[in-house]
Design a protein around this ligand. Structure first.
Ligand SMILES: Cn1cc(Br)cc1C(=O)Nc1[nH]nc2c1CN(C(=O)N[C@H](CN1CCCC1)c1ccccc1)C21CC1
Length: 346
Protein backbone atom coordinates (compact mmCIF):
# COMPACT_ATOMS: atom_id res chain seq x y z
CA UNK A 1 0.00 0.00 0.00
CA UNK A 2 1.57 3.24 -1.10
CA UNK A 3 1.95 5.44 1.97
CA UNK A 4 1.10 9.10 1.42
CA UNK A 5 3.10 11.11 3.93
CA UNK A 6 0.77 14.08 3.68
CA UNK A 7 -2.08 11.96 5.07
CA UNK A 8 -0.11 10.42 7.94
CA UNK A 9 -1.72 10.80 11.40
CA UNK A 10 -4.72 12.48 9.72
CA UNK A 11 -6.34 9.70 7.70
CA UNK A 12 -6.16 5.94 7.55
CA UNK A 13 -6.13 5.22 3.80
CA UNK A 14 -7.94 1.97 2.88
CA UNK A 15 -9.01 0.51 -0.47
CA UNK A 16 -9.29 2.14 -3.88
CA UNK A 17 -12.95 2.70 -4.80
CA UNK A 18 -12.51 4.42 -8.13
CA UNK A 19 -9.90 5.00 -10.80
CA UNK A 20 -10.15 7.61 -13.52
CA UNK A 21 -7.81 9.13 -16.08
CA UNK A 22 -5.32 10.97 -13.95
CA UNK A 23 -6.84 10.36 -10.52
CA UNK A 24 -8.00 7.67 -8.15
CA UNK A 25 -10.38 7.68 -5.22
CA UNK A 26 -9.61 5.88 -2.00
CA UNK A 27 -11.79 5.08 0.96
CA UNK A 28 -10.23 6.46 4.16
CA UNK A 29 -10.99 7.11 7.82
CA UNK A 30 -10.68 10.59 9.33
CA UNK A 31 -8.75 9.61 12.46
CA UNK A 32 -9.95 12.26 14.89
CA UNK A 33 -13.64 11.48 14.35
CA UNK A 34 -13.50 7.92 12.99
CA UNK A 35 -15.70 9.01 10.07
CA UNK A 36 -15.33 7.49 6.59
CA UNK A 37 -14.27 9.85 3.79
CA UNK A 38 -13.37 9.49 0.11
CA UNK A 39 -10.02 10.95 -0.93
CA UNK A 40 -9.52 11.83 -4.60
CA UNK A 41 -5.78 11.63 -5.25
CA UNK A 42 -4.56 13.45 -8.33
CA UNK A 43 -1.06 13.07 -9.66
CA UNK A 44 0.11 16.52 -10.71
CA UNK A 45 2.68 15.26 -13.20
CA UNK A 46 -0.07 13.45 -15.15
CA UNK A 47 -2.17 16.60 -15.36
CA UNK A 48 0.48 19.20 -16.06
CA UNK A 49 0.00 22.85 -17.16
CA UNK A 50 -0.93 24.18 -13.73
CA UNK A 51 -4.03 21.97 -13.38
CA UNK A 52 -6.59 24.69 -14.24
CA UNK A 53 -9.52 22.27 -14.19
CA UNK A 54 -8.68 21.05 -10.70
CA UNK A 55 -8.35 24.59 -9.42
CA UNK A 56 -11.73 25.37 -11.05
CA UNK A 57 -13.30 22.30 -9.44
CA UNK A 58 -11.85 23.16 -6.02
CA UNK A 59 -12.96 26.80 -6.15
CA UNK A 60 -16.46 25.63 -7.10
CA UNK A 61 -16.60 23.01 -4.35
CA UNK A 62 -15.52 25.55 -1.71
CA UNK A 63 -18.48 27.78 -2.63
CA UNK A 64 -20.99 24.94 -2.47
CA UNK A 65 -22.87 23.40 0.40
CA UNK A 66 -25.98 21.39 -0.51
CA UNK A 67 -27.60 18.20 0.78
CA UNK A 68 -27.44 16.57 -2.67
CA UNK A 69 -23.95 17.67 -3.65
CA UNK A 70 -20.96 15.66 -2.43
CA UNK A 71 -19.27 17.79 0.26
CA UNK A 72 -15.63 18.92 0.17
CA UNK A 73 -13.90 18.55 3.55
CA UNK A 74 -10.19 19.18 3.05
CA UNK A 75 -7.63 19.95 0.34
CA UNK A 76 -3.98 18.94 0.78
CA UNK A 77 -1.50 19.96 -1.92
CA UNK A 78 2.04 18.57 -2.10
CA UNK A 79 4.70 18.81 -4.80
CA UNK A 80 3.38 15.71 -6.57
CA UNK A 81 -0.28 15.41 -5.55
CA UNK A 82 -3.60 16.98 -4.78
CA UNK A 83 -5.51 15.15 -2.03
CA UNK A 84 -9.17 16.14 -2.18
CA UNK A 85 -11.00 14.83 0.90
CA UNK A 86 -14.73 14.50 0.24
CA UNK A 87 -17.94 13.03 1.58
CA UNK A 88 -18.05 9.23 1.29
CA UNK A 89 -21.16 7.93 -0.51
CA UNK A 90 -21.49 4.27 0.40
CA UNK A 91 -24.39 3.50 -1.91
CA UNK A 92 -22.33 3.54 -5.09
CA UNK A 93 -23.34 4.98 -8.46
CA UNK A 94 -26.91 5.81 -9.46
CA UNK A 95 -26.05 4.17 -12.78
CA UNK A 96 -25.56 0.76 -11.12
CA UNK A 97 -28.76 1.26 -9.12
CA UNK A 98 -30.77 1.75 -12.35
CA UNK A 99 -29.10 -1.18 -14.12
CA UNK A 100 -29.78 -3.51 -11.19
CA UNK A 101 -33.44 -2.47 -11.05
CA UNK A 102 -33.67 -2.41 -14.88
CA UNK A 103 -35.81 0.73 -14.62
CA UNK A 104 -37.40 2.71 -11.80
CA UNK A 105 -41.09 3.17 -11.05
CA UNK A 106 -42.39 6.63 -11.83
CA UNK A 107 -42.70 7.19 -8.09
CA UNK A 108 -39.04 6.29 -7.35
CA UNK A 109 -37.80 8.17 -10.41
CA UNK A 110 -39.66 11.25 -9.14
CA UNK A 111 -38.00 11.06 -5.70
CA UNK A 112 -34.55 10.75 -7.26
CA UNK A 113 -35.15 13.37 -9.94
CA UNK A 114 -36.43 15.92 -7.41
CA UNK A 115 -33.15 15.58 -5.48
CA UNK A 116 -30.96 16.13 -8.53
CA UNK A 117 -33.18 18.98 -9.71
CA UNK A 118 -32.75 20.63 -6.30
CA UNK A 119 -28.95 20.28 -6.58
CA UNK A 120 -28.86 21.69 -10.14
CA UNK A 121 -31.21 24.56 -9.23
CA UNK A 122 -28.97 25.36 -6.25
CA UNK A 123 -25.86 25.22 -8.49
CA UNK A 124 -27.39 27.63 -11.00
CA UNK A 125 -28.53 29.83 -8.14
CA UNK A 126 -24.95 30.23 -6.92
CA UNK A 127 -23.83 30.86 -10.51
CA UNK A 128 -22.40 27.50 -11.62
CA UNK A 129 -23.33 25.16 -14.45
CA UNK A 130 -22.34 21.51 -14.15
CA UNK A 131 -22.15 20.56 -17.88
CA UNK A 132 -21.48 16.90 -17.21
CA UNK A 133 -24.68 15.60 -15.61
CA UNK A 134 -24.92 11.82 -16.09
CA UNK A 135 -25.75 8.81 -13.85
CA UNK A 136 -22.05 8.02 -13.39
CA UNK A 137 -21.64 11.43 -11.74
CA UNK A 138 -24.45 10.80 -9.31
CA UNK A 139 -23.78 8.69 -6.22
CA UNK A 140 -26.01 7.38 -3.46
CA UNK A 141 -25.36 7.58 0.25
CA UNK A 142 -26.45 4.86 2.64
CA UNK A 143 -29.92 6.43 3.01
CA UNK A 144 -30.39 6.49 -0.79
CA UNK A 145 -29.88 10.25 -0.90
CA UNK A 146 -28.39 11.32 -4.23
CA UNK A 147 -25.07 13.18 -4.29
CA UNK A 148 -23.74 15.04 -7.34
CA UNK A 149 -19.96 14.71 -7.94
CA UNK A 150 -17.29 15.57 -10.52
CA UNK A 151 -17.23 19.34 -11.01
CA UNK A 152 -14.16 19.16 -13.24
CA UNK A 153 -16.22 20.51 -16.15
CA UNK A 154 -18.33 22.95 -14.22
CA UNK A 155 -18.11 26.59 -15.14
CA UNK A 156 -19.02 29.88 -13.60
CA UNK A 157 -20.07 31.86 -16.70
CA UNK A 158 -18.31 35.20 -16.34
CA UNK A 159 -21.30 37.22 -17.46
CA UNK A 160 -23.70 35.33 -15.19
CA UNK A 161 -26.17 32.57 -16.04
CA UNK A 162 -27.52 34.11 -19.22
CA UNK A 163 -24.13 34.70 -20.82
CA UNK A 164 -22.78 32.35 -23.50
CA UNK A 165 -20.23 29.59 -23.06
CA UNK A 166 -18.20 28.10 -25.85
CA UNK A 167 -16.19 25.13 -24.57
CA UNK A 168 -17.52 21.88 -25.87
CA UNK A 169 -17.29 19.36 -23.07
CA UNK A 170 -19.09 16.56 -21.24
CA UNK A 171 -20.12 13.17 -22.57
CA UNK A 172 -21.76 13.24 -26.03
CA UNK A 173 -24.58 10.89 -24.92
CA UNK A 174 -25.88 13.51 -22.51
CA UNK A 175 -24.71 16.57 -24.45
CA UNK A 176 -27.24 19.08 -25.80
CA UNK A 177 -27.51 19.70 -29.57
CA UNK A 178 -26.17 23.27 -29.35
CA UNK A 179 -23.16 21.97 -27.43
CA UNK A 180 -22.23 19.29 -29.95
CA UNK A 181 -22.77 21.78 -32.78
CA UNK A 182 -20.06 23.87 -31.16
CA UNK A 183 -22.42 26.84 -31.06
CA UNK A 184 -22.37 29.37 -28.30
CA UNK A 185 -24.67 28.03 -25.63
CA UNK A 186 -26.32 28.99 -22.35
CA UNK A 187 -24.88 26.75 -19.61
CA UNK A 188 -28.12 26.42 -17.69
CA UNK A 189 -29.94 25.22 -20.84
CA UNK A 190 -27.28 22.57 -21.42
CA UNK A 191 -27.82 21.20 -17.91
CA UNK A 192 -31.60 21.00 -18.54
CA UNK A 193 -31.02 18.84 -21.64
CA UNK A 194 -28.80 16.48 -19.61
CA UNK A 195 -31.50 16.34 -16.93
CA UNK A 196 -33.93 15.27 -19.66
CA UNK A 197 -31.60 12.46 -20.77
CA UNK A 198 -31.15 11.48 -17.12
CA UNK A 199 -34.89 11.34 -16.36
CA UNK A 200 -35.46 9.33 -19.54
CA UNK A 201 -32.79 6.83 -18.36
CA UNK A 202 -34.40 6.60 -14.89
CA UNK A 203 -37.87 5.92 -16.32
CA UNK A 204 -36.89 3.72 -19.28
CA UNK A 205 -33.70 1.96 -18.18
CA UNK A 206 -31.99 2.90 -21.46
CA UNK A 207 -30.85 6.10 -23.18
CA UNK A 208 -32.92 8.27 -25.57
CA UNK A 209 -29.98 8.79 -27.92
CA UNK A 210 -27.61 5.90 -28.07
CA UNK A 211 -25.40 4.63 -30.81
CA UNK A 212 -22.46 2.48 -31.47
CA UNK A 213 -20.84 5.25 -33.48
CA UNK A 214 -20.48 8.90 -32.71
CA UNK A 215 -21.70 10.11 -36.13
CA UNK A 216 -25.14 8.52 -35.83
CA UNK A 217 -25.31 9.55 -32.16
CA UNK A 218 -24.85 13.18 -33.18
CA UNK A 219 -27.46 12.88 -35.93
CA UNK A 220 -29.98 11.46 -33.43
CA UNK A 221 -29.30 14.19 -30.85
CA UNK A 222 -29.57 16.94 -33.46
CA UNK A 223 -32.85 15.43 -34.71
CA UNK A 224 -34.17 15.39 -31.13
CA UNK A 225 -36.10 12.24 -32.02
CA UNK A 226 -36.31 9.44 -29.46
CA UNK A 227 -38.73 6.59 -28.79
CA UNK A 228 -41.41 6.83 -26.11
CA UNK A 229 -41.90 3.37 -24.56
CA UNK A 230 -45.53 2.39 -23.96
CA UNK A 231 -45.14 2.34 -20.17
CA UNK A 232 -44.41 6.08 -19.99
CA UNK A 233 -47.34 8.04 -18.56
CA UNK A 234 -48.61 11.08 -20.46
CA UNK A 235 -47.13 13.39 -17.81
CA UNK A 236 -43.72 11.66 -18.00
CA UNK A 237 -43.71 12.05 -21.80
CA UNK A 238 -44.58 15.74 -21.38
CA UNK A 239 -41.80 16.65 -18.91
CA UNK A 240 -39.22 14.73 -20.95
CA UNK A 241 -40.39 16.51 -24.12
CA UNK A 242 -40.16 19.87 -22.33
CA UNK A 243 -36.48 19.17 -21.49
CA UNK A 244 -35.39 17.46 -24.73
CA UNK A 245 -36.23 20.41 -26.96
CA UNK A 246 -33.52 20.78 -29.62
CA UNK A 247 -34.01 24.55 -29.71
CA UNK A 248 -32.73 25.90 -26.37
CA UNK A 249 -35.21 28.77 -26.62
CA UNK A 250 -38.05 26.22 -26.63
CA UNK A 251 -36.50 24.23 -23.78
CA UNK A 252 -38.00 24.50 -20.28
CA UNK A 253 -35.90 26.36 -17.69
CA UNK A 254 -34.77 24.94 -14.35
CA UNK A 255 -37.03 27.40 -12.51
CA UNK A 256 -40.07 26.25 -14.51
CA UNK A 257 -39.10 22.62 -13.80
CA UNK A 258 -39.21 23.19 -10.02
CA UNK A 259 -43.01 23.45 -10.07
CA UNK A 260 -43.73 21.29 -13.15
CA UNK A 261 -46.87 19.18 -12.81
CA UNK A 262 -44.87 15.91 -13.06
CA UNK A 263 -42.59 17.13 -10.27
CA UNK A 264 -45.43 17.97 -7.88
CA UNK A 265 -47.57 14.90 -8.71
CA UNK A 266 -48.82 13.08 -5.62
CA UNK A 267 -49.38 16.45 -3.92
CA UNK A 268 -45.65 16.99 -3.48
CA UNK A 269 -44.50 20.57 -2.93
CA UNK A 270 -42.48 22.31 -5.65
CA UNK A 271 -38.75 21.57 -5.39
CA UNK A 272 -36.72 24.21 -3.55
CA UNK A 273 -33.13 24.94 -4.45
CA UNK A 274 -32.06 26.17 -1.02
CA UNK A 275 -29.87 23.58 0.56
CA UNK A 276 -30.91 21.78 3.73
CA UNK A 277 -27.62 22.59 5.42
CA UNK A 278 -27.05 26.33 5.59
CA UNK A 279 -23.72 27.36 4.19
CA UNK A 280 -21.23 26.46 6.95
CA UNK A 281 -23.48 27.27 9.85
CA UNK A 282 -22.13 27.83 13.40
CA UNK A 283 -23.07 24.85 15.58
CA UNK A 284 -22.42 25.25 19.32
CA UNK A 285 -22.74 21.55 20.13
CA UNK A 286 -19.88 20.80 17.76
CA UNK A 287 -17.85 23.80 18.94
CA UNK A 288 -18.26 22.71 22.57
CA UNK A 289 -17.11 19.18 21.76
CA UNK A 290 -14.05 20.57 19.95
CA UNK A 291 -13.42 23.12 22.72
CA UNK A 292 -13.41 20.37 25.33
CA UNK A 293 -11.12 18.20 23.24
CA UNK A 294 -8.55 20.92 22.52
CA UNK A 295 -9.05 22.54 25.93
CA UNK A 296 -9.65 25.86 24.22
CA UNK A 297 -12.65 28.25 24.44
CA UNK A 298 -15.26 27.29 21.80
CA UNK A 299 -15.33 30.91 20.61
CA UNK A 300 -11.61 30.65 19.84
CA UNK A 301 -12.26 27.38 17.99
CA UNK A 302 -14.93 29.15 15.93
CA UNK A 303 -12.47 31.93 15.05
CA UNK A 304 -10.23 29.26 13.49
CA UNK A 305 -13.05 27.25 11.86
CA UNK A 306 -14.76 30.30 10.43
CA UNK A 307 -11.81 30.93 8.12
CA UNK A 308 -12.87 27.82 6.09
CA UNK A 309 -9.30 27.00 5.07
CA UNK A 310 -10.38 23.46 4.17
CA UNK A 311 -7.64 22.14 6.43
CA UNK A 312 -7.96 19.28 8.95
CA UNK A 313 -9.97 21.50 11.32
CA UNK A 314 -12.50 22.23 8.55
CA UNK A 315 -12.83 18.49 7.87
CA UNK A 316 -13.23 17.72 11.59
CA UNK A 317 -15.89 20.41 12.04
CA UNK A 318 -17.90 19.42 8.95
CA UNK A 319 -17.76 15.71 9.82
CA UNK A 320 -18.95 16.39 13.38
CA UNK A 321 -21.64 18.74 12.01
CA UNK A 322 -22.85 15.86 9.82
CA UNK A 323 -23.10 13.55 12.82
CA UNK A 324 -24.80 16.21 14.91
CA UNK A 325 -27.48 16.72 12.22
CA UNK A 326 -28.11 12.98 12.16
CA UNK A 327 -28.56 13.03 15.94
CA UNK A 328 -25.49 10.85 16.43
CA UNK A 329 -23.11 11.26 19.41
CA UNK A 330 -20.06 13.43 18.74
CA UNK A 331 -16.90 11.44 19.36
CA UNK A 332 -13.30 12.58 19.17
CA UNK A 333 -10.92 9.70 19.57
CA UNK A 334 -8.38 10.41 22.30
CA UNK A 335 -6.18 7.63 20.89
CA UNK A 336 -5.44 9.66 17.79
CA UNK A 337 -5.01 12.72 20.01
CA UNK A 338 -1.55 11.38 20.85
CA UNK A 339 -0.60 11.13 17.15
CA UNK A 340 -2.19 14.54 16.60
CA UNK A 341 0.09 15.87 19.37
CA UNK A 342 3.17 14.07 18.04
CA UNK A 343 2.70 15.74 14.68
CA UNK A 344 3.11 18.95 16.61
CA UNK A 345 -0.23 20.44 15.57
CA UNK A 346 -1.04 22.84 18.44
C1 LIG B 1 -18.50 3.46 -6.64
N1 LIG B 1 -18.70 3.32 -5.21
C2 LIG B 1 -19.20 2.19 -4.64
C3 LIG B 1 -19.27 2.42 -3.31
BR1 LIG B 1 -19.89 1.17 -2.08
C4 LIG B 1 -18.80 3.68 -3.01
C5 LIG B 1 -18.46 4.21 -4.23
C6 LIG B 1 -17.89 5.56 -4.44
O1 LIG B 1 -17.32 5.80 -5.45
N2 LIG B 1 -18.07 6.45 -3.40
C7 LIG B 1 -17.62 7.77 -3.39
N3 LIG B 1 -17.86 8.55 -2.31
N4 LIG B 1 -17.33 9.79 -2.56
C8 LIG B 1 -16.77 9.77 -3.79
C9 LIG B 1 -16.93 8.53 -4.32
C10 LIG B 1 -16.34 8.49 -5.68
N5 LIG B 1 -15.93 9.89 -5.92
C11 LIG B 1 -15.52 10.34 -7.16
O2 LIG B 1 -15.15 11.48 -7.33
N6 LIG B 1 -15.61 9.42 -8.19
C12 LIG B 1 -15.30 9.85 -9.57
C13 LIG B 1 -16.18 9.02 -10.49
N7 LIG B 1 -16.25 9.66 -11.83
C14 LIG B 1 -17.51 9.29 -12.51
C15 LIG B 1 -17.22 9.36 -13.97
C16 LIG B 1 -15.73 9.33 -14.11
C17 LIG B 1 -15.15 9.22 -12.69
C18 LIG B 1 -13.84 9.65 -9.88
C19 LIG B 1 -13.12 10.73 -10.34
C20 LIG B 1 -11.77 10.56 -10.63
C21 LIG B 1 -11.16 9.30 -10.47
C22 LIG B 1 -11.92 8.23 -9.99
C23 LIG B 1 -13.28 8.39 -9.70
C24 LIG B 1 -16.06 10.67 -4.69
C25 LIG B 1 -15.04 11.59 -4.24
C26 LIG B 1 -16.31 12.09 -4.65
Amino acid sequence: MVKYNALKYLYDVEKTIGTGGFAKVKLATHLLTGEKVAIKIMNKSLIGDGCPRIKMELEALKDISHHHICKLYQVIETKEHFFIVMEYCSGGELFDHIVEKNKLSEFEARLFFRQILSAVAYLHNVGYVHRDLKPENILLDRDLNLKLIDFGLCAKPVGGMSSHLQTSCGSPTYAAPELIKGHQYIGGKVDVWSLGVLLYALLCGFLPFDCDNIENLYKKILSGKYSEPSWLSEESRKIIRDMLQVDPKERITVDELLSHQWITMGCLDPVTHNSLNLYHEKNNEVLNALGKYHMIESEEIWERINKWDYDYDTATYLLLLNRCKQGLPLRLSTQSRLRYKIQGIP
